[in-house]
Design a protein around this ligand. Structure first.
Ligand code: FPP
Length: 238
C-alpha cells in the first residue's frame, strides 16, 4: 500500500449481480454475464489510472459448477472468447493475466486458452489481472495444506516449522500481496469463500450496483472510500 496517496496496491472484486441484471431486463442469465465484460475493462482502466498494481476478479467459484450446464458452458465460452479478444489490448496496456484456482477441472480447451493468455501477457508490468477461476478459498487452503503435509511426510520440514509464511507461500496467491480492498457488487454483504486467508486486514466495501452497471466512476468511488478508511492492522492509532 502506498501510504502517502493511500492508493490500494491490490483491489479484489466479487463481481456479483449479473443474473439479477439480466432478469430485470427480461434477458437470459448468460446475457448478464456477457454484459459483465465491459465492467471488467472499466475496472482495469481505472486500476491502471490509479496505479493499482493488482486487480483480482472472482470470475468462477468452485460452487458455480452447480449452475445449469447451459450457463456454465456459456461462461466457459465467454472466458475463452474474452481472453482471446482482449489479449492485444491487454498487452498494449501493460496488463499481465494470471490465474488463481484449480485449473485442472477445466476442459483442455479452456486450460489452453488461459495458458496462452498468461503467456502472451507475461511481460505486462503495469497491472496484474488475477482471474479467480474454479476458485474457492477453502479449496485453496485444502490444496495448500496437502502440499505442506506432503513436505512434512517426506521429512523436508517439521510440523513445528510451519508458520504463517509457510501457509501464505503454499496458497495460489503466494506471489501477490494481500488485497488492501475487497469490493462486492449487488448489495450482498459476504465474502462467499473468496480470499479468506488473504482478507485478514482488507478493507471491505459493499455496493448495491449490479456488476454489469459497474463503471470506472464506481471504481474511483471505491478507491476514494478506501483512502478515508483508517487501517490499523491491530495496532493503535498513531
Ligand atoms: C456472479 O453473478 C457472476 C459470475 C458467476 C460470473 C462472472 C463473470 C463475468 C463478469 C464475465 C466476464 C468476466 C471475465 C473475467 C471475462 P451472478 O450470476 O451470481 O448474479 P446473480 O447473483 O444476480 O444471479
Amino acid at each position: 500500500m502506498s501510504e502517502e496517496k493511500r492508493i490500494p496496491q491490490h483491489v479484489a472484486i466479487i463481481m456479483d449481480g449479473n443474473g439479477r441484471w439480466a432478469a430485470l431486463r427480461g434477458k437470459e442469465r448468460y446475457e448478464g454475464h456477457a454484459a459483465g465484460v465491459e465492467p471488467v475493462r472499466a475496472a482495469l482502466r481505472a486500476a491502471a489510472r490509479h496505479g493499482v498494481k493488482y486487480l483480482t476478479l472472482y470470475a468462477f467459484s468452485t460452487e458455480n459448477w452447480g449452475r445449469p450446464a447451459a450457463e456454465v458452458d456459456a461462461l466457459m465460452e465467454l472466458f475463452c472468447r474474452s481472453v482471446v479478444d482482449e489479449t492485444p489490448e491487454l498487452v498494449a496496456q501493460g496488463v499481465r493475466i494470471r490465474m488463481i484456482g484449480d485449473r485442472n477441472r477445466f476442459s483442455e480447451k479452456v486450460q489452453r486458452y488461459l495458458a496462452e493468455a498468461e503467456a502472451r501477457t507475461a511481460d505486462g508490468r503495469r497491472v496484474t489481472l488475477i482471474l479467480a477461476l474454479n476458485y474457492s478459498s477453502r479449496d485453496e487452503i485444502v490444496r495448500a495444506v496437502r502440499g505442506i503435509a506432503a513436505r512434512v511426510a517426506a521429512g523436508e520440514m517439521t510440523p513445528g516449522a510451519i508458520d504463517e509464511r509457510t501457509i501464505a507461500a503454499a496458497l495460489d496467491t503466494a506471489e501477490y500481496p494481500d488485497p488492501d480492498l475487497i469490493v462486492r457488487t449487488s448489495g450482498e454483504c459476504r465474502l462467499s469463500n473468496f480470499l479468506l486467508w488473504q482478507a485478514s486486514y482488507a478493507e471491505l466495501l459493499f455496493t448495491p450496483v449490479l456488476w454489469p452497471d459497474f463503471t470506472e466512476e464506481e471504481f474511483d468511488r471505491a478507491v476514494e472510500e478506501y483512502a478515508r478508511r483508517d487501517r490499523r492492522f491491530g495496532l493503535v492509532k498513531r
